[in-house]
Design a protein. Structure first.
Length: 196
């Protein structure tokens, strides 16, 4: 008998936590709308993350963005991980696949076999995609090359970062990629829903 009560209590606590996260996200969106100018990293507090909103299919995002060539895009995998690529235009994203092949794929293929229903674009506080045509060119030059893929040591995030800064030190996680991108662009990052 106590077990169902425990489940009910856990469900109630979870619902409150989700509501609090949704309210926090709405507050961030309101602040963004009223903020004048681009939010650079000089306004970042000591322990504050440079990523203001992470991509999530759980909460709606007011801002929808048209991607530009060289924009960083991502979608969810299993609700726990993120998969990244570089937008090339014409409904095409270049990605490092789990088998190590760098390939151009369609928007539909990017999310197929992954849990995320949306594609997100890394943007600044004004909703402008963070882009680099040089990174897009580097990604394009590597199409159909095969890398020694490793989920930790040589994954899609590492591929994206190497397109931005070749020969830079390795990274592993989506969070590390975000921190480096924020520093590269000197901008706080908002992951907005892609509007194609």
């Amino acid at each position: 008998m106590p077990l169902p009560l425990l489940w009910l209590g856990a469900a109630a606590i979870s619902a409150l936590a989700v509501k609090e996260l949704a309210d926090d996200r709405k507050k961030q969106q309101r602040k963004r709308r009223y903020y004048r100018g681009v939010q650079t990293l000089d306004s970042l507090k000591r322990h504050e993350s440079p990523v203001v909103t992470y991509p999530t299919d759980l909460f709606s995002t007011e801002q929808k963005v048209k991607p530009a060539v060289g924009a960083i895009v991502c979608c969810g995998i299993g609700g726990l991980l993120d998969h990244t690529g570089i937008w090339m235009g014409d409904n095409t994203i270049i990605e490092l696949d789990g088998n190590g092949l760098i390939k151009p794929i369609s928007v539909q293929r990017f999310t197929k076999e992954r849990s995320g229903k949306n594609i997100f674009v890394a943007c600044d506080s004004q909703g402008n995609p963070m882009t680099s045509e040089l990174a897009a060119n580097r990604a394009h030059q590597q199409i159909f090359q095969c890398h020694d893929y490793h989920m930790i040591d040589n994954n899609c995030h590492q591929f994206i970062w190497q397109c931005f800064k070749p020969k830079d030190s390795n990274l592993t996680t989506f969070k590390e990629l975000n921190v480096r991108l924020a520093n590269f662009f000197d901008r706080k990052i908002y992951w907005d829903v892609c509007d194609f």
